[in-house]
Design a binder for this molecule. Sequence first.
Ligand SMILES: N[C@@H](Cc1ccc(O)cc1)C(=O)O
Length: 395
Amino acid sequence: MASLTAKEKIALITRNLQEVLGEEILTDVIEKQNRPLKIYWGTATTGRPHCGYFVPMTKLAHFLRAGCEVTILLADLHAFLDNMKAPIELVQHRAKYYEFLVKSVLKSIGVSIDKLRFVFGSSYQKSEAYIMDIFRMSSIVTEHDAKKAGAEVVKQVASPLLSGLIYPLMQALDEEHLGVDAQFGGVDQRKIFTLAVENLPSLGYKTRAHLMNPMVPGLAGGKMSASDPNSKIDLLDSAADVEKKLKKAVCAPKEVEGNGVIAFVEYVLIPISELGAEDGKARFVIEKDGQEIVYETIEKLKEDYTADVIGPKELKIATTLALNKLLDPIRAEYASSDEFKEIEKLAYPPPPAPEKKKKEKKIGTGYVAKKKGESSGSAAAPTEAIDGLKIDESK
Ligand SMILES: N[C@@H](Cc1ccc(O)cc1)C(=O)O
């Protein structure tokens, strides 16, 4: 692979993004200073990573190809601070599980992971310097602004906890404490990104660039939700499950806008095929009536889909094939690693089997009257604890 010019690097780094704040920072580092851009992507380690993770991973692959120094922040403390989406006892196990899975995903898309740095949030966010910075930041950011910054990221609940206000402050501080030039994330992070732009200089720190991916509709169609297993495709789902879920996925004929299957081809399959190709050309093959149609650009595919040259059925079959090819090495790694399975058990312990209902003694009328608010038996406590682990991944 020929080395890229500074301009080509910047074009690759910003490809497919919805928005870039502070593009001059990229130019300054890559063109003027002629050094690798340091960039990080953070993920709060809550629910099981699903196929939607291929979208940011594909961008990380672009960053690495453009010679960036990439850091992945496994934001375990943020997972806890986000209105207790994940209990503190579990967040670190989950961070380890994420590390396993993210590495596996990156390998499956052909990224060499030795150029990547993984950092656990809790490894530096408890240091004296970091805590002092939280205090300093909390003395310049109003409650109103902290709340607003987290509105699209922090889970919105009836009685918001203070931790949800600290969350955005810490995400802003991470840029300084990770020593990066830029932060990457979905456009849902935008208000936290601007909070960082507006406040880091007051603490004597420099402003970073912010790179934003669009919000890509879920592959399985509709809104993703942890409680509906059909709404998302797990990275460890079997090939048969992937096929089943994709068959059911919402994918309106001739409609490209909001189509999760098309979006997956656009933001994952086409870019990955391009990165892996010797000639640098993208290739996505759809079979129709026994004939292969080779797409080299998403524009052509969208054009054909809109014109009904290809329909949902062919598109789904091609996507299922390509996705299963990506998932195969991940499944194989999981199957062959006891450590991977062990960490999964610790991160997502199976819910305890429901306790058998004790027979209630009949007294007089034949039933036991309950006081108002009394729980309905000893099974209530564990059930609640399990509910606390449920992750809303709809954001
Ligand atoms: N806010 C990110 C997670 C994150 C946490 C801390 C950071 O520094 C960066 C990102 C999310 O929604 O998943």
